[in-house]
Structure formats: structure tokens, C-alpha cells
Design a protein around this ligand. Sequence first.
Ligand code: GLN
Ligand code: ZN
Length: 776
Amino acid sequence: MQTHLLGYPRIGSNRELKKVCEQYWSGKATLNELLETGKNISLQNWKLQQAARIDLVPCNDFSYYDQVLDMTLSVGAIPERYKEIASRASNSELDLYFAMARGYQKDGLDITAMEMTKWFDTNYHYIVPEFHKNQQFRLFSKKIISEFVSAKQAGINAKPVIIGPLTYLLLGKEKEEGFDKLDLAQNLLPVYLQILKELENHGAEYIQFDEPFLALDLNEKAKETYQFIYTEIRKQFPNLKFIVTTYFDGLQDNLSLAASLPVDVLHIDLVRCPEQLDEVLNVIPQTLSLSLGIIDGRNIWKNDFERSLGFIEKAVYAIGSERIFIAPSCSLLHSPYDLDLETNEKTLSPEIKQWMAFAKQKVDEVVALKKLASGKADYQALQQYAENKKAVETRKTSALIHNQDVKDRVDVTTEDDAKRNSPFSIRKEEQQKILQLPLFPTTTIGSFPQTKEVRAWRSKFKKGELTAEQYDDLLKKETERTIRWQEEIGIDVLVHGEFERNDMVEYFGEQLSGFAFTQNGWVQSYGSRCVKPPVIYGDVHRPHPMTVYWSQYAQSLTQKWVKGMLTGPVTILQWSFVRDDQPRSLTCKQIALAIRDEVNDLEKAGIRIIQIDEPAIREGLPLRRSEWQQYLKWAVEAFRISSSGVEDATQIHTHMCYSEFNDIIQNIADMDADVITIECSRSQMELLNAFADFKYPNEIGPGVYDIHSPRVPSKEEMVELLKKAQAVIPAQQLWVNPDCGLKTRHWDETEKALIAMVEASKEAAKIFDKEGNLVK
Ligand code: GLN
Ligand code: ZN
């Protein structure tokens, strides 16, 4: 039996890589300092795993930005537009690399970055490879080889982690029509073979190919290409040992394909899909070993040793311990570094902490499981076993986690609770009687610029340098200024600006029961950017109102309507570390009930328009299509539970900011929000087509202003977009708003853009009468 890891976090236990990268980008650190930091992180990671006695330590799991971009550079798939940068002698390979990741605006060049998108269903984002019809590949960066050599110099015969050729192609985007990226496999193969040759020459023994696409829906051609590529690789390298890893879902209909690949070890994710173990054991051929991904690489909970030992025993019984590897389910890239760094007992109590494990602790778990399963448990392992058992047991019964009132309330929640009193057509009339909004009403998505000052106040308040009263006063002034300004430029539905919020999930988590927070639980999101998700450990409920104070204050300042702002249950769930002791759907329902209480309290406080943001609904979609409807059913229901406790006359908004509604438009309609605002400007209203084709009945605010860029759009541009929108959606259904919140923008550009936006709405309204019919 052997242990291994698929990958280790690389941002540094104190985010050293983040810091040095950002310094390098702004010219404050040298290339040498950057490289030095990178090498040290790799070295520390290796030494830690070596000391813990992991059998196969990974290398090339380190990256200065993203492992997919590393692969793109390795195989020389560098898009034309970067040729100039590559050719300049003053630029290093890393400069070219960062230009591809982040764009390049220097020395008279202005070159856009490569696209970035989500890594499967994680919150990690990778840089999307760009492919052309006659795409050529060649060995360009030698990073894979040099990392292997560095590990060797450190005394470790490491296992290079390489994105498998099929997964690499499938992650990419065809930049022109008339070809299939799978056809590039022939061209790509020689570069992989060359890399393997060099690794073999340097003494590599094991090679890990990440092939998560084997856990997704694959077409016939992809399946054939898998066979072809791995057969070719095997032919050339009869002596290397290949581990093919799959994760984030089960193999399902790809099982026979995966099991028939001529490789040495197959890794499966038993956290996401424990039920696949039996099937895999049934079909696995004699020649193949099995890597059991039993420790959750994507969450922060301690493993349940007893349960894991059950899996291992079963596998050992079926195929023998020599053919078993023990591992986390996926790379630990998605776990924070080290629980030992968490020392703030106020935000993370020792009782909760004893249930948790970060990357470093998970390494020890892998090793302990091997010892326990192979009957070679030493004192340390036995003690770990006893502690683990105790933690698992206390978690099952702890009063900190289990709140009978919450469970009872979930039990008595009925379908009626997830239904508004009347259908939209009736609500619309009731709402209009009170709200009296014009045609093409204007609003924003919630946040206004979080300036340096606002952030400084918050940090001073947290450090105790400002009293609660002083902090409150400052925020009130900023809110009032923002209300006055919106009144002045003539926005119809105002917002308070969200200055009191650090983050749209954390702000709610901090006020709800059942949430804990870490100080250092950072996980890489993309490049140098990290997130620190809250930890949902227990039954969630709302001990007191969360936003009423600010919404009520803002409403008291003006005669115009102020919109209440909430984050929806699915988004809160999606952007947190969640419980693994109950289904996600149940946790989501608990959050939904807490948000429902808040919505109802806002209504009682006189807030007539309430927005419940759900930007994360789509990213929660399961990887396999067959599982979509089940997810959408509970996700939509959660939104409805949160929003359906109000009167017909109270207007519920929701907001989402991602493309692609086509697949889920029925479910979006089922959410039954009175108004939905969506990001639309970058696609030039194309996104609206899904709504138009569907004849979406409720109101829609398609974004007319791209808030991701400092660029100020002109009034004319926005009028054009509104005309486009009105061509497919009746004018009476349309709202006018930016794509998303303005938190990251500066005031000067925000002011100009919103003034133009209000003018655009007035201009658009001139074209129609009150009923929304064309005047001329
Ligand atoms: N109300 C939030 C804001 O304006 C919405 C943010 C989001 O959609 N990500 O900041
Ligand atoms: Zn948004």
C-alpha cells in the first residue's frame, strides 16, 4: 500500500507567492526574488510531505499563476498576439507567461489577456488554452523538467503532475470554426512524448496525468482519442509508471474506458462518488492498481477514519494491498494550508477547530490511514485514531451544531411557503400602484465604490482604533452622500451602497448562527487572488435582523424607494465551506429560512423593494447533466422560500452575473422574482435572447454598463443597447441598470457612467408611450 498526494497548495502558508507576484507586477520585486520565493514554497511543500512520510511526493503542482497556463507554455501553444513580447530580449519566460495571464500594457503594446474560466465546479479559475485549426505544438517551457530536477536535488524522486493530453485539449477553446480540438491530439502527442523522455532520462519513475474529464460526459470521439493517446504513450514508455487521476465526480459510463487504459494506476474520487467503489473493484483488470481518493480535498473537515478504513479494507480484500494507493480525493490546491495557524478562538472556537483539517493535517491523515489499514499502526497512529473517533462522535451530537428548533422548522416548511400569494400578473399591478415607477426605471445592483477610505475605516474599527459609534457615523455619512447623489442624478430605485459590508457572503455569515471564520484559511481563486470562505459548521439560523438598520436608515433619508440588499441562500452556500454531515440541499434550506426572516423584517420596516442576489446559482450546477434537474429543484426552491413571505405589493428582485441562461431559463423563470437583473453589456444583449425566446414573463434589467472595466460608456451606446433589448423584450418589462455592483470602481468613472445611464433611460422612454407602445 502506498500514499500519495495529487497536489499541494502553492500560494504559501502566509500567501508569500501572492505578495511577491503582486510586487513583481508593480516593479517592486525583482525576478530573482520572485523565483526565490517560488522555489522556497516548493521546497517547503516537499520537505513537509517527506517528513510526514508520503510515499509519492508530487512536483510540478507548483505554479506561478495557473497549472493550465503552465501546460500551455510547456507545449508552446502561445497565441500569435504574444509573439512580440516573446521576442523582446528584456522579457523573461515569466514575463511572457504573465502577459498571457494578465494582458500587457507597456512599451507601446496593448495586448489582451487570455480568457479565464472556472476549473470544473470549483472556485479556482484557469487560463483557457486557445487553439487554431493548424495549431502547432512544441516543447517550449521546461518547467516540468526543471521542477523534477529541483526535487531530485532536494533528495526526492518526485512524481511529476501533468495535465493529461485529453483534459488539456478539452479545456481549450477553438478560436476559429471548422475543426475539432480533439483532432489536435496527433500534433500534441509528440510534445508529451518529448517531456516524458526527458523526465525518464532524469530518473522519473511515476508520472501523474490529471484526466478529470473522465468523470464528465464524453462523446465517442473523445473516448476513442483517450484510447489512442494512452496506447501510444505506453508503447513508447513501457517502464514509466503512469497514474491517471479522475476527480470531482464518478466515472459512471466512462468506467470501462478508464479501466482499459494501458496505465498503471487509476485514481478515483470516493468523496464525491463513494458508490463507485464496488463497480470499479468489479471491473478493474489485474494490471491496474487503484488509488482511493478518500480524504476530501475540497473541504476543511476531518476525515472519518472508521468509514475510510471500511473503503480501504474492501479494496484490499478485492485486489490486495500491493495494488492500493491512498490519497486525498483531488489536489489539495482547494484546501487552505494549515489549521495550526488558526489561533483566534473568538471566530473559530476550539470545539469547532477540533473537527477540522487543512492541507497539512490532511497529509497526516493520509499517512495515518495507511498505517492503520496495513496493521502497522504505531503509537502515534493509534492516538490519532482515538482522537479522530472522538471528534467524529462529538460532531454527531454537539449542541453547537444541532439546533432542534431549526430542524423542526425545516420539517414543517411546505410547498406553500415557497409560493407568493398571487401570480406575477396580479403582483405587478399591486406593486405599480404603490411604486409608481416610470417606463425604463433605473437602478443599480447594490454596491457603490468601496474606496480606500471606506476600507481604512473598517480595518481601524476591527483593530479597535475606531469606536463602533465613530465607525457607524462614518458609514452613515457615506451612505447619505450616496443617497443624495442618486437622488440628484435622478435614479428611480436607490440603494444604500453596501459600505458596511466587507464581502457579500461574509457579511451575512458573520451575523448568522452556524458560521465560523478563519484568519488564514485562504484558497487560491485565480492567479494571486485568494478567497477565505466562511465555514458553515452547524444548523443555520438568524438570531437578529442583519440589514434592516442600514436599509431603514437609507430609506429614512429620501422620498424615493430604497432597495433592500441581500445575498441569496444558494450563493451563501456555494461560496462557503459547507457541512459534510448533511446534504447541501438541507443546509441551503436552513439558510433560505434565515434569509426569509430578513426579507420579512425588511418589509415590516417599510422597504418595498428587496433584492436577493444569486450570482452563484449557475456555478452550482453539477458536472453531469443528468444531475442538473435535481440540483435546480432544490436551489430554486431555496430562493423561493427566501422570497415568498412577503405581500404581493412588495417587489422582489434577484441578480445574476454570468453568461449562458439558455440551459436553465425555465428554472430561472421558476424562481419567480418580480425583477431579474443580469450582466449583459459585454455580450451586447445576446444573453437576452434566452429570455426573449422563452417569452420570459417577469421584468428584466439587462446590464447596459460593463462594470469590470474603468471605461465610461456613452449615453448613445447605452441607448443602442436598450433598443436592442426592447427589440426582443417588451418595453414595459425592461429596467435599466449596470451589469453588477460598483464596489470595485472609482467614484469619478461611476458618476459619469450613471449620469449617462439615466439619460439613456430617459431617451429610451421618449420612444414609447405609457403602455410601452412605440410613439413614432
Ligand atoms: N449586490 C452585490 C453588489 O452590488 C452583487 C454582487 C455580485 O453580483 N457579485 O456588490
Ligand atoms: Zn453581479
